[in-house]
Design a protein. Structure first.
Length: 201
């Protein structure tokens, strides 16, 4: 898994894929950039520190990955945010009957408020790296920035486990809804020629 992530690959269940361009919302073409964070060097910025403080009352746990009715219900609330390419089910992204172990170890970061599940992110675990698979949250808690919170918790967990890299997935060279990932610093991108390069602020 470490070698695949380092070469720009991702997966949903047992289906692996990579692509360097994708259709844009405006009918044009967007340039895909795989990203990675050097875990030991990461420092949260001012806004990310504010998100951590804002969620000091949240219960956050890292547990073996599972797909069940509670998580599917959260996914249905999450999917209401989309207006196009609306996914049918969480199992579109986490289809394995044993998501905690196939095709590799996978954990999930859970965020709860007063016992209610409001955000979950799925994180693959390799020997030297981890890779974000999918994240979802309840739109009613958007002001807490739960997607960024679980991503920050992924980095924290990876550092505690002695991992070197966290792959937060793809972003695009052009502006897109994935730009929040570009706020992580330091950050590298894959140039599709086998090289990882610093992403300029």
């Amino acid at each position: 898994m470490d070698a695949l992530w380092a070469d720009g690959w991702r997966h949903f269940g047992r289906d692996f894929f990579r692509y360097s361009v994708a259709p844009g919302d405006d009918g044009g073409v967007q340039t895909i950039r795989p990203l990675r964070v050097p875990v030991s060097a990461f420092l949260p910025n001012k806004n990310q520190r504010r998100i951590l403080r804002r969620n000091a009352d949240a219960e956050v746990r890292v547990v073996p990955a599972v797909v069940d009715d509670e998580r599917e219900d959260l996914f249905m609330r999450h999917r209401a945010r989309f207006t196009s390419n609306v996914p049918e089910s969480l199992r579109d992204f986490i289809p394995s009957p044993q998501p905690d172990r196939a095709p590799c170890e996978c954990v999930s970061v859970e965020m709860r408020i007063s016992g209610q599940l409001v955000a979950v992110s799925y994180l693959d675990v390799g020997d030297t790296a981890v890779s974000s698979v999918y994240a979802m949250f309840d739109p009613l808690h958007s002001r807490r920035s739960p997607g960024m919170l679980t991503l920050l918790e992924e980095i924290h967990w990876a550092r505690a486990k002695g991992k070197s890299w966290l792959y937060p997935g793809y972003a695009t060279h052009e502006p897109s809804s994935y730009d929040y990932k570009k706020s992580l610093r330091p950050l590298e991108y894959f140039d599709w020629l086998g090289n990882w390069k610093p992403l300029d602020p």
